[in-house]
Design a protein around this ligand. Sequence first.
Ligand SMILES: C[S@@+](CC[C@H](N)C(=O)[O-])C[C@H]1O[C@@H](n2cnc3c(N)ncnc32)[C@H](O)[C@@H]1O
Length: 284
Amino acid sequence: MPALASQARQPSQSAMSPPALDANSFRALATLVKAHTGIVLSDHKRDLVQGRLARRLRALSLPDYAAYCALLASSSGEQELGPMINAMTTNVTRFFREPYHFEILRQTVLPQARATGSRFRLWSAGCSTGEEPYSIAMTLVDTIPDPRWDARILATDIDSDVLARARAGHYDEEGAQTIPAPLRRRFVAAASGGGIEIRPEIRARLAFKQLNLMADWPMQGPLDVIFCRNVVIYFDKETQARTFTRFAQLLRPGGWLFLGHSETLHGVGQGFSQEGRTAYRKRA
Ligand SMILES: C[S@@+](CC[C@H](N)C(=O)[O-])C[C@H]1O[C@@H](n2cnc3c(N)ncnc32)[C@H](O)[C@@H]1O
């Protein structure tokens, strides 16, 4: 009896440990993720995938990953594709990340663009929760304050959850600390419910849209600048090369491409000259 009583107090096995991601399910998920997003999930990411999808299994009351894969492959699987992709993306970002790019914008790109054109179009591809495009917009408005200048920023991501947060434009105080103080004073306000919010003057420069880099792109171009930082690092070389070719087609001659600190065009991108740390210009 005492043994039974103590067993009854134990949580069940399934409550203690979430199901393990078996090798077949991992391979099926990795294939699906690569086909839809370009993101490569190599074998060492198995624990990461298991951890990220455990919440989806619980939300759907599924017993294991084989059942989750069966759902994705079924006629109602389409609905789960979005939440699954949202769980698979890595969204780390911050305001004024890789600050040297904002210096190039301030000192070279924006003054030249203002001097030579009445229209300026910049794309932040893989914008995550919005810190990157808001940093760009603050730099733009601070450098060229003329509200009549037709300068606009398109910010896109595949992940609908991060886009909702980007559109809201609300952040915690701590996150705002990497915004240079003079810009923070001008372009950031205390939010009524706590934290901070981006002022309307900055938000007015931006449009957020969901866009998968692996799919068709609706923009016509030509674009003046593309920021695609810390995104292609998750793609294989072939997908990177295809993406860079498409960027080159969309940029005007002399247009700028900014990549993340560990990304390069070397061996995968043609028709660009390097102008600074992971900063490139399309050759005329
Ligand atoms: C690490 S964040 C980078 C955010 C920002 N660019 C930065 O450097 O701080 C990578 C972003 O790329 C997005 N992403 C990954 N694959 C994508 C795809 N195929 N199409 C569009 N966005 C994608 C992810 O959802 C994620 O928000």
